[in-house]
Design a binder for this molecule. Structure first.
Ligand code: URA
Length: 208
């Protein structure tokens, strides 16, 4: 099952705060970053380690370090920016690849308007960040694009996922693991997640 709903108490609590209709831009923004960091912690639990040694205060000390693939974080514009610093707070050396997608409000389909990928992306673990997995259109389009660029290992971090979106991503890309703070009830007629968070981009950027 490629979907991991993280039921950690801190995540449940912070997501509950984000659902308040009267939340301020400042609080919503801070919580999105904090949840980005907490989801990153969960999504990196299985990264392989290798043994090495360092010069410690009393001589050589065996230590471990993360081995293998380097990471690129892939925020989907614009709402993905709202989680980016949280992810980078735990993986500060990760390179950032930016994808710009706009949702056509009539067809609800994703259209790419920006694609700025880091070098050697085919040798990196890609961690996509986008707060809302609604229809799945943006996530599927981003995964398509990353796979075309040669990415072999892709994970997605989302704050809230709709069952419809999860099913669509699973059908198109069963190899991609999704980490989410909550799986909500459904999509409404406009493609918004219920109960969801409302328009996450507007709330992060204060444009509502
Ligand atoms: N995008 C959002 O910001 N919110 C939703 O509920 C769905 C898509």
């Amino acid at each position: 099952m490629p979907v991991h709903e993280i039921r950690h108490p801190l995540i449940r609590h912070k997501l509950g705060l984000m659902r308040r209709a009267d939340i301020s831009t400042k609080n919503f923004r801070e919580l999105a970053q904090e949840l980005g960091a907490l989801l990153t912690y969960e999504a990196t639990q299985d990264l392989p380690l290798e043994e090495t040694s360092i010069e410690g205060w009393c001589g050589k000390v065996p230590v471990e370090r993360i081995a293998g693939k380097k990471i690129t974080v892939v925020p989907i514009l614009r709402a993905g920016i709202g989680m980016l610093d949280g992810v980078l707070s735990l993986i500060p050396s990760a390179k950032v690849s930016v994808i710009g997608l706009a949702r056509n409000e009539e067809t609800l389909e994703a259209q790419t308007y920006l694609e700025k990928l880091v070098p050697e992306i085919d040798r990196r673990l890609a961690m996509i960040v986008d707060p809302m997995l609604a229809t799945g259109g943006s996530l599927i389009a981003t995964i398509d694009l990353l796979k075309q660029a040669g990415c072999k290992e892709i994970r997605a971090l989302v704050l809230v996922a709709a069952p419809e979106g999860i099913r669509a991503v699973e059908a198109a890309h069963p190899d991609v693991r999704i980490y989410t703070a909550a799986i909500d009830e459904r999509l409404d007629a406009h493609g918004y997640i219920v109960p969801g968070l409302g328009d996450a981009g507007d709330k992060i950027f204060g444009t509502r």
